[in-house]
Design a binder for this molecule. Structure first.
Ligand SMILES: Cc1cc2nc3c(=O)[nH]c(=O)nc-3n(C[C@H](O)[C@H](O)[C@H](O)COP(=O)(O)OP(=O)(O)OC[C@H]3O[C@@H](n4cnc5c(N)ncnc54)[C@H](O)[C@@H]3O)c2cc1C
Length: 547
């Protein structure tokens, strides 16, 4: 497998592809992997970094979508429960069980009977093969479980299970798997234009955002998996075509775990508009969100506003009245855009009521677009899309796809065996790594052994980036050489979660990261300064709510 960006770019220039995938979020990378596994020649490009869009800005849950039960969307829940299980099998180092405590209060619209029936249904839709089935706890035991809840109002709590993940690393892992299976994948490569021959698509003009070089590439079928940018890609194909998507913005915030100490994740209801949100423990932090607001502004730089942060704080404080969370507790915020596929004429509803089901569209020139869906269902969405790609390749180009879908029960690249994990633990112990460093290494799957081998050759690479930050220099080097990290942002926001979880969001180590990356990538001092400034801008956006 060739993980270097340059080698992949050379391939884009010289090869002719069965399929070009536009967009390197979860949808695009899953499609690239599925198509490559079926023996198709595949190119996948993203105009920014892998998972730069919504795929690094989600609630980081792999879930059946319990709230869709209220909308009677059983098909969506069934599919998502099935895919949750697939991800637990296929990416166990990145997807882990997450218990939820569902509080039931006196006077709730949905009382104990309704909630328990819903939880039974949730277990049923997972064919009773979830991590564990649900359990109900009456008042006293529920308060023992979650002492932060409002004991005066609480009647009971139902405990059920979903999963948590690192969304950016999950997307990266699918991209690396696609590379391993033969796809050519390049980040920072924007599709500027689409080429046609006799009215049918045959290729694209792309621009390398790092060098400004432009060139053409050939592809028989083109898939638009550009998420929130999907309509913009359609516009390249058919200028003036009506938009298919409505976008909503969802914002989250992180606070220290000690300020919102729940045992399990909590569904919470906003007192402002009765919307469901979540409080999710993530190591030393608690993630709270999300909002859901129609959005028409800058797609590349959505940010959480003061109103959104106040809305989330209000809901969290109502659910956990002793916490008294305040803006001062907020470490970081982030916002993502939901590309909701609208039904014709169906736009006049609250954003949170629009279906999260995905839709596939086909343009007159053959452009295939997929929009909507979830991180959880990326694999099955890809299966459906590549089935269609295969049909079009056969009908229009006489190309037969070698095999059917091969992504079911098929672990992604880097899924470590128990022996590999034991080796990573033993080597980390030998190097006297703290447990927080080991935790990050384990998320790198079998690649952790490569990182540890780098340290074996040069012990200075075992140095932590700072006493507070649980990452070592070797991880920065590895991100550049084997994970296509091209900017300081890539490392601090998407190869690690430093941007989200450190009090200073990693500003104090941005210079060090720029130096390590710059030494490998040949950055001069001007470029190093530019990289640091770009990262400062990213952090400033996350703090705009406080202005
Ligand atoms: C707030 C929020 C919370 C969510 N939480 C969850 C959750 O907990 N669990 C879950 O399962 N789902 C969740 N979802 C849904 C899920 O995150 C999204 O459905 C999914 O990430 C969308 O992925 P995507 O690949 O379609 O789009 P994106 O991740 O946005 O990827 C699209 C990519 O296309 C690229 N692109 C755009 N234009 C071009 C071009 N011209 N050339 C090249 N590349 C281009 C962009 O740079 C971008 O990286 C959440 C969504 C939101 C908004």
């Amino acid at each position: 497998m060739e993980r270097s960006r340059e080698a992949n770019i050379n391939n884009l220039k010289s090869k002719s592809y069965d399929v070009l995938v536009i967009g390197g979020g979860i949808t695009g990378t899953c499609i690239a992997r599925d198509a490559a596994l079926r023996g198709l020649t595949v190119a996948c490009v993203d105009k920014n970094d892998w998972a730069f869009g919504t795929s690094s800005r989600s609630s980081k849950l792999i879930h059946g979508g319990i709230r869709y039960l209220e909308m009677f969307d059983f098909k969506l829940v069934f599919e998502a429960c099935h895919e949750r299980r697939q991800l637990l099998l296929n990416a166990p180092h990145l997807v882990y069980p997450q218990a939820f405590s569902f509080p039931i209060y006196k006077g709730d619209k949905n009382g104990l009977f309704m909630i328990e029936s819903g939880l039974i249904l949730y277990d049923m839709l997972a064919s009773f093969r979830n991590v564990k089935n649900h359990r109900m706890y009456l008042h006293d035991r529920a308060m023992q479980l979650e002492p932060e809840l409002d004991g005066d109002r609480l009647k009971a709590a139902g405990v059920f299970y979903d999963c948590s993940t690192d969304d950016a690393r999950l997307t990266l892992a699918f991209m690396l798997s696609a590379l391993d299976d033969g796809a050519d994948c390049v980040n920072y490569m924007e599709v500027l234009n689409l080429h046609k021959s006799n009215g049918k698509l045959c290729g694209a003009r792309v621009r390398d955002a790092l060098t400004a070089e432009e060139f053409d590439l050939e592809a028989r079928v083109i898939v638009n998996a550009a998420g929130a940018w999907g309509d913009k890609v359609c516009e390249l194909d058919e200028p003036g075509i009506p938009e298919k998507l409505r976008l909503t913005k969802g914002s989250h915030m992180l606070v220290p775990r000690g300020r919102a100490r729940t045992k399990n994740a909590l569904p919470i209801i906003s007192p402002a508009d009765e919307r469901l949100m979540f409080v999710i423990p993530r190591g030393h932090f608690t993630l709270i969100g999300t909002t859901d607001i129609y959005y028409q502004e800058d797609l590349d730089h959505p940010f959480a506003t003061r109103d959104e942060v106040e809305y989330m704080l209000e809901a969290a404080n109502r659910a956990m009245p002793r916490c008294h969370l305040d803006k001062i507790d907020v470490i970081s915020t982030y916002s993502g855009l939901r590309p909701l596929a609208m039904k014709e004429g169906g736009t006049d509803v609250a954003a949170s009521q629009v279906s999260r089901e995905h839709r596939i569209y086909e343009g007159h020139s053959g452009l295939l677009m997929i929009a909507g869906g979830k991180l959880t269902t990326g694999r099955s969405m890809a299966e459906e899309m590549v089935d269609l790609v295969s049909r079009r390749l056969l009908e229009k180009h006489g190309i037969e796809t070698k095999s059917g879908c091969r992504t079911k029960n098929n672990p992604i690249l880097g899924t470590p065996s128990p022996e590999t994990q034991a080796k990573v633990r033993a080597l980390s112990y030998k190097l006297k790594f703290d447990s927080d460093i080991l935790e990050g290494l384990l998320k790198q799957g079998s690649d952790a052994l490569e990182v540890l081998a780098m340290v074996g050759e040069d012990e200075s690479l075992a140095e932590r980036l700072s006493p507070e930050i649980p990452h070592v220099e070797a991880q920065v080097r590895f991100a550049v050489s084997a994970e296509m990290a091209c900017t300081v942002d890539d490392f601090l926001v998407r190869r690690t979660e430093i941007y989200y979880t450190e009090r200073d969001q990693g500003l104090s180590v941005a210079g060090k990261v720029a130096d390590i990356m710059g030494d490998i990538l040949g950055w001069d001092s001007g470029e190093r300064k530019r990289q640091i400034k770009a990262y400062e801008d990213t952090v400033a956006l996350s703090r705009r709510y406080a202005e």
